[in-house]
Design a protein around this ligand. Structure first.
Ligand code: GDP
Ligand code: MG
Length: 159
């Protein structure tokens, strides 16, 4: 039941100064941050991260978008973390993401609009879509010794 998930604040979120605001939401929910880094990934790494999308019509734009500036990646742990993280993040298309979610509060475009504009779909944040995806993504983004084992107060008061 206790799962891990990977979150990435995309270049639009970093450039807009939303790092603190976004991290706060996961901390507020009582999730445990296991590891964190700011990286400017290259095309090869981006293609690996988004491998599942390589046949999609927006793949090229997506890779361009995620490599246009540094991102902040962090691994979180919590009860039903994959589902709970996705709930905090909101629907893929900010246009459909509910107010109160990260995408709903900090963006509003639709993916239709993004595709028409030949943009990668600026929606501020990435979150693993399944447990399998989370495990693979954490492995891709973090070395073993970058994932830390420590105790948070949440384990007493929230978990
Ligand atoms: P996520 O798991 O909610 O991030 O959504 P997906 O895994 O389906 O897509 C990965 C990313 O590709 C999204 O977060 C968007 O940045 C982008 N994307 C998804 N769908 C579209 C689309 O229809 N058009 C464009 N331009 N980008 C898209
Ligand atoms: Mg996805």
């Amino acid at each position: 039941m206790i799962e891990r998930s990977l979150v990435i604040i995309k270049p639009d979120g970093v450039e807009r100064g939303l790092i603190g605001e976004i991290i706060k939401r996961f901390e507020n929910a009582g999730m445990k941050i296991l590891g964190m880094k700011m990286v400017w990934i290259d095309r090869k790494f981006a293609e690996k991260h988004y491998e599942a999308h390589k046949t999609k019509p927006f793949f090229k734009e997506l890779v361009e978008f995620i490599t246009e500036g540094p991102v902040v990646a962090f691994a979180v742990e919590g009860v039903h973390a994959v589902e709970n993280v996705r709930r905090l993040v909101g629907d893929t298309s900010p246009h459909e993401a509910a107010p109160g979610t990260i995408r709903g509060d900090f963006a509003h475009i639709s993916m239709d609009y993004a595709s028409r504009k030949k943009s990668g779909g600026k929606n501020v944040i990435h979150a693993s879509g399944s447990k399998k995806e989370a495990d693979a993504e954490i492995k891709l983004w973090f070395k073993k010794d970058e994932i830390h084992s420590y105790t948070t107060v949440h384990e007493k008061h929230v978990f």
